[in-house]
Write a protein that binds this ligand. Structure first.
Ligand code: GAL
Length: 968
């Protein structure tokens, strides 16, 4: 039977049209079923629109990284001479050295989280999800166009987990402790151009922990090469957050901070243009500034709006763009495009949060950043997909717990209409962590989605003098950079202590302690407050009976931590109190690590409204019914596959935002109840196979329905993508759901069987099934269904074409899925050069009148009479003709040892003889500049390379181009 037959088996065309949905698209009476479809919504018939490019000077540096898992010993130098050299600039040793042999390392693509490929190990840290993290090394070679010489060059690493040391061309250039802060490295003084190779080396020590959750390991966010004009806007150097004055008029204050690396003072004009959502110019401003050499200066402008703008809101997230340009001699040399939104925000002590003057309850979730299969290396498109899932539930707010998020997550929040509590990681006002907090505010302060800064989460020092002093400093640092957003701290105690940090913040953030809301408000009637974290309830997706021995927790919303509450009770406490601005459920999605209440073999949390894959649990239906106001929602659980329990009572839970709800079993009415939107409605129904249906009504009219069918045994597999088309831009990703279906094409919610995949035209990044107790690998091409579902995350290949996915399982009909890749321009990446060793560091002898012997060498420890020269440095002309000896040595790479190599001098001025290991291998007879090459035989051991150059009188000579050794 082919897939089409399976789908058309019982319900004909309706099911085919609703591909991916187990239920008919229409309820029997013709009203649409709710948005809360199990297991997943139907695929979207469109490609995810790309995020606009805000900074054209950045190019992704994400391909061709060499990765070594584990540490590599850096051998200490031996003897005085080696020690002397080892501490000189450019001379880092071991894997930090540019010529290190990484040819047998894995080649990986960013974003990369090596911990997500680790097995689960009982002795590894429980909070990090029993995944050994350890230490790893990354290296990347790249070349720079000679046209980039003189530009301001940077490397950006948006997130490295954790404790990273970065070298460029053998120079240690940065150290970054936090996994959640970007590292911006000034490459300019170290850069080499043309054929010369640049080498980045990064040691990541992920044994460092900043959290009590899964943090991943490695270069897990974007990396960029940044090439800007010599006088250009700094990274995160534009502040353009709109303001509304007391008369209701809007303007956009724009400050652009410029830096100048040129050798002369720069006088430039900076323009700021406001574009409406359609791209039309609304208003402009400009400033002329002078930027001194190697200094910064601010261009301060103000854009006045000629007419009231369209406002940004959660339902209508209208974005304008501020385009800032730097003009030098009338030419645009640098540009940023920053999305902004016009909206007012205010936290009020009695009315909660006001957006554009209207109360908006924060229907929020806390998020960690990992996802099934990919760990913390979550591609942009997956970030968007996760937010879409939350939006479909009526969620309007996100707490970035407990760290700064990916920049792109905030870009999507702006576009989709989420309100964000942006949280700092380290509670510490010492210079390094304070700089991280300042970086977060500088990066994020233009986002209309960001409405609240949080300086900490649950700090034991929250009720101490010292804690207050720390918060005071951190609050002052935030206010210095942003006077438009209030600041909070997520407290979990010390609320009434005589000294506590609530005195220093604008909005009181309550973690849990929901029974204290009223008392606190009574005692602090003038201070706004929000729940910063609540709930912490447990659910295993698709399980309807707790089994402590098996670490399974019912998803009837019955179990919660001692400090938390069920989803329903928690929201009720918030919903009933207008003075509580809103809440942030712990958590939106399950996350790896912090397995609570069960530890090993459990490796992930149970807290999510959605599981690790983003498959909805009962909590999804609960929140959808509670949070969605603008359309009818009804949600029924559990599934109706209780074969063997005929006649036994099954608890049927229904929740709806309608007025009344009726239950029907196989067409028989089982009674109507007044709907309780807070607690839901419950029936005990003796099981009988067939269809159980909940019909939600308002004013006596059916407004929505949900149903579950008893299915037959699975006979086939099904593949359901989130979107039925993908962009061929080389970066588009999406999840694909795998489920088992019965002979009538219906989802079988109780199937737990192994499935295997093959994929053409895309790559599988990871797999998952949402089971917090599963130790199956999250990499590879197989995964068992857990309570009916599994997921693969794919990245589409570049270019137009077709993705073909095939899923198989023993004794079941395979599923085939085709997804079209549309022709979207490929996202540019920094080119990956062929691996070759650059022979850069040479010793050059004084001039000899007669031809010296090739074994002429400086005395050991003589760092003075022979010069240190780099390949590409001409030796100045002399009055007399003469000879010089150039010496270098290198350790051959493994492939060179095995197969030999080719050495290539790009340009030598003067005639020359090349000697390798005491043997003359080739010569260049002409004195005119030109190349010289030779073959080096295979074999182990340090190689000595000697070049004798004869320079004619009054002419430059020596190694005036690159020297490379290329493995054969
Ligand atoms: C909170 C904490 C969260 C998480 C949660 C689990 O106290 O802020 O990070 O640990 O408890 O219930």
């Amino acid at each position: 039977m082919d897939r089409r037959e399976l789908l058309t088996g019982s319900a004909g065309g309706a099911l085919l049209l609703s591909f991916g949905r187990p239920l008919p698209a229409k309820a029997r009476d013709g009203t649409p079923i709710s948005d809360v479809n199990f297991p997943m919504p139907a695929p979207r018939n469109s490609v995810l629109p790309p995020l606009p490019r805000s900074d054209p000077s950045r190019t992704r540096l994400e391909l061709g990284w060499h990765f070594h898992e584990g540490d590599i010993h850096i051998p200490p130098p031996e003897g005085h001479h080696e020690t002397y050299l080892s501490v000189k600039a450019g001379n880092a040793r071991g894997p930090a050295a540019p010529d290190y042999d990484d040819s047998d390392w894995d080649v990986v693509r960013l974003p990369h989280d090596w911990a997500s490929a680790q097995p689960f190990v009982e002795t590894a840290n429980v909070s990090q999800g029993y995944r050994p993290r350890g230490i790893g090394w990354y290296r990347r070679r790249f070349r720079l166009d000679p046209a980039d010489d003189g530009k301001k060059l940077e490397l950006h690493f948006d997130g490295i987990a954790s404790n990273a040391t970065i070298w460029i061309n053998g120079n240690r250039v940065a150290h970054s402790w936090s996994a959640y802060s970007s590292v911006y490295v000034d490459l300019t003084p170290f850069a080499r151009f043309g054929d010369a190779m640049n080498v980045i080396a990064i040691r990541v020590d992920a044994t460092a922990m900043e959290g009590w959750w899964y943090e991943g390991a490695g270069l897990y966010r974007h990396a960029w090469l940044v090439r800007r004009a010599p006088c250009a806007i700094q990274s995160d150097g534009v502040h353009c957050d709109p303001r509304r004055d007391a008369q209701g008029r809007w303007h956009v204050p724009v400050t652009a901070t410029l830096a100048n690396v040129a050798r002369a003072v720069a006088s430039v004009t900076v323009t700021a243009e406001l574009l409406d959502p359609e791209g039309n110019s609304v208003a402009t401003a400009q400033a002329a500034i002078t930027v001194p050499v190697l200094e910064q200066a601010d261009a301060v402008m103000r854009i006045d709006l000629p007419a009231p703008p369209r406002l940004w809101s959660v339902d209508s997230p209208t974005l304008y763009t501020v385009r800032v340009r730097v003009l030098s001699d009338g030419q645009s040399v640098d540009e940023r495009s920053i999305a902004i939104g016009f909206r007012t925000i205010r936290f009020d002590a009695d009315r909660g949060f006001l957006l554009n003057g209207q109360p908006v309850k924060l229907k929020g979730v806390c998020l960690h950043q990992d996802h099934a299969g990919i760990g913390v290396a979550v591609p942009d498109a997956m970030l968007a997909w996760r937010l879409e899932r939350l939006k479909a539930m009526g969620c309007n707010a996100i707490r970035m717990s407990h760290n700064a998020p990916n920049a792109e997550l905030l870009d999507w929040c702006d576009r989709m209409g989420f309100l964000v509590m942006d949280e700092n990681r380290q509670f510490n006002p010492a210079p390094e962590p304070l700089a991280e907090l300042e970086w977060m505010v500088r990066r994020d302060r233009n986002h209309p989605s960001v409405i609240l800064w949080s300086v900490f989460n649950e700090e034991p020092m929250q009720g101490t003098e010292s804690g207050v002093e720390m918060v005071r400093r951190m609050v002052a640092a935030v206010r210095d950079l942003d006077d438009a957003r209030p600041i909070t701290a997520a407290m979990n105690g010390a609320f009434y202590d005589p000294v506590n940090v609530s005195s220093e913040v604008d909005v009181m953030g309550f973690n849990y302690y929901q029974d204290q809301y009223d008392k606190w408000h009574r005692l602090n009637p003038a201070m706004p407050m929000t729940s910063s974290e609540d709930t912490s309830a447990y659910e295993t997706r698709g399980a309807f009976k707790s089994d402590p021995d098996a670490h399974v927790i019912t998803s009837y919303d019955e179990e919660a931590t001692s400090w938390g509450n069920t989803h329903r009770a928690s929201w009720q406490m918030i919903a009933e109190r207008p003075f509580v601005a809103g809440g942030f459920v712990w958590t939106g999605f399950d996350y790896h690590g912090e397995p609570t209440p069960y530890a090993w073999p459990t490796i992930a949390s149970f807290f999510g409204i959605l599981d690790l894959c983003g498959f909805p649990k009962t909590a999804f239906g609960i929140h959808a019914a509670q949070w969605i106001d603008d359309r009818p929602v009804v949600f029924l659980t559990p599934h109706w596959n209780w074969q063997g329990k005929e006649g036994e009572d099954i608890k049927v839970f229904v929740i709806t935002n309608a007025e009344t709800v009726a239950l029907r079993l196989n067409g028989r009415d089982l009674g109507v109840q007044r709907a309780d939107r807070m607690t839901g409605n419950v029936w005990q129904i003796p099981f009988e196979p067939g269809r159980i249906e909940a019909i939600a009504m308002r004013g006596g009219k059916v407004v929505a329905s949900d149903a579950k069918d008893t299915t037959f045994a699975p006979v086939g597999l099904r593949l359901t993508p989130a979107r039925d088309r993908m962009a061929g831009d080389g970066i588009d990703c999406q999840p694909v759901t795998i489920d088992a279906i019965d002979a009538a094409g219906r989802h079988v919610p109780t199937a737990n069987l192994m499935t295997h995949f093959t994929v053409e035209g895309a790559e599988i990044l990871g797999v998952g099934n949402g089971n917090p107790n599963s130790h199956e690998s999250e990499k590879g091409n197989q995964r068992s269904l857990f309570n009916g579902l599994a997921q693969m995350i794919i990245r589409a290949d570049a270019g137009p074409g077709t993705i073909r996915i095939r899923a198989t399982a023993k004794d079941l009909e395979p599923a085939l899925l085709e997804i079209a890749r549309t022709d979207r321009p490929e996202v540019p990446q920094v080119a990956v050069p062929a691996a070759e060793l650059a022979l850069d560091n040479w010793r050059r002898s004084p001039v000899f009148i007669e031809r010296p012997e090739p074994d002429t060498a400086p005395a050991d420890g003589d760092n003075n009479s022979w010069a240190f020269v780099h390949a590409g440095t001409p030796t100045p002309a002399e009055d007399q003709p003469g000879w010089r000896v150039y010496r270098a040595s290198f350790a051959p790479w493994k492939r060179m040892v095995a197969k030999g190599a080719r050495i290539r001098f790009e340009r030598i001025a003067g005639s020359a003889e090349l000697w390798v290991d005491g043997v003359r291998t080739s010569r260049k007879n002409s004195a005119a500049p030109g190349p010289l090459t030779a073959t080096l035989p295979a074999g182990p051991g340090e190689r000595s390379v000697v070049l004798l150059v004869e320079a004619p009188k009054a002419r430059e000579s020596g190694i005036i181009g690159t020297v490379t050794v290329v493995p054969l």
